[in-house]
Design a binder for this molecule. Structure first.
Ligand code: A3P
Length: 339
């Protein structure tokens, strides 16, 4: 029975990942066979493997330090490629979508092509190098990637000299941890995957502890959490090819923030078009147009500021306040916890 269940889940995962890459095959005649990538992702969800590079670690769901090392050493972005860097659940997908509208809104084919792109395709640290061969063959000239790693694993020099751009997203850590918990509850972790169960407990209090104590390996050093990710990217905030974007600012005034992103990318649109982009990238529109991966993990949950109040205990909230105070004391970052 257990074997039957295992086979069923494996087949379901294979079908999900295969569908994501099969979609892309519509846009280029000569894509290499993507089966090894599908096998890689299924294996990594069944039994996550901890990988390490420069003291930073990753585990599971297709994320790998080996891949990031390969990217650092061998992969060169194209001019005007955008890499959305972030700690998970801080607005990555929202910003990727805004950039997609700014870059491709007049090209129906590209808008369709990027729609199903999600974790398996565009995270620099997921998959195997073959994935980049596939992405290079697609008919786009300016691409949109994402990464959750800490800055030392990111080759700033190469990205800058290639003329590529980085947008780093920030969101208040209390809402971040709530979303992260909710999303990970929808992930199909396998009973065999001891690492995953330890990193992402079902119990909220245990999950909170695992998160803030840095036991979740997402391209960080063991013991490092979200604040350490911010601190690693913070020294680059004024680099010419880097833009910091704050989730709560986008909620407060999406038009202003989308204009700021458009200017950074060198794209120019009339106010009328910008307001169409604001509408097309609103929470409601994005939820309505969710891709299969996003639906699978119930990605579009609330998209609000302040939902943490319904989930965190007073002690948990104070714990985060203390970590923020200690870690961000020498920065000008001030989180917005309610609007
Ligand atoms: P919630 O759990 O609060 O709904 P990431 O893309 O970095 O994983 O971030 C996910 C969070 O961003 C989720 O938060 C998701 O709903 C929210 N999000 C995605 N698109 C959004 C949008 N257009 N407007 C507001 N929030 C959005």
């Amino acid at each position: 029975m257990a074997d039957e269940e295992t086979t069923k889940i494996k087949k379901m995962l294979e079908a999900t990942f295969e569908a994501g890459f099969k979609e892309l095959a519509k846009y280029a005649d000569d894509l290499p066979d993507y089966k090894p990538i599908v096998d890689y992702f299924v294996a990594s969800i069944f039994e996550s493997k901890v990988t390490e590079w420069k003291g930073y670690k990753m585990s599971g769901q297709g994320f790998s330090c080996d891949t990031m090392k390969w990217v650092y050493e061998n992969w060169t972005p194209w001019k005007d490629d955008v890499i959305v860097a972030s700690f998970p659940k801080t607005g990555t997908t929202w910003v990727r979508n805004i950039v997609a509208h700014l870059y491709y809104r007049d090209n129906k084919t590209l808008m369709e092509m990027v729609k199903p792109m999600a974790m398996p395709h565009i995270y620099l640290e997921t998959g195997i190098p073959l994935k980049f061969e596939i992405l290079e063959k697609l008919p786009w000239k300016r691409r949109i990637f994402a990464t959750h790693v800490s800055a030392p694993l990111f080759n700033f020099e190469k990205v800058k000299s290639a003329g590529a751009k980085v947008i780093y997203t920030i969101r208040n850590p209390k809402d971040q941890v709530v979303f992260w918990y909710n999303m990970m509850q929808n992930f199909p972790f396998q009973a065999t995957d001891v690492n995953a169960h330890k990193m992402y407990p079902k119990d909220w209090n245990a999950f909170f502890e695992a998160a803030v104590s840095g036991s979740q390996l997402l391209g960080n050093k063991e013991g490092d959490w979200y604040m350490d990710n911010i601190l690693s990217w913070y020294p680059h905030r004024n680099d010419d090819n880097v833009l910091f974007v704050i989730y709560e600012d986008m909620k407060r005034d999406p038009t202003k923030e989308i204009k700021r992103i458009a200017k950074f990318l060198g794209t120019e649109y009339s106010d009328e078009v910008l307001s169409e982009i604001v509408e097309a990238t609103s929470f409601g529109s994005m939820k309505k147009n969710a891709n299969p991966t996003e639906e699978f993990v119930k990605f579009f949950r609330k998209g609000e500021v302040g939902d943490w109040k319904n989930h965190l205990t007073v002690a948990q909230s104070e714990r985060i306040d203390a970590i923020v105070k200690e870690k961000l004391a020498d920065t000008d970052i001030e989180f917005t916890y309610e609007l």
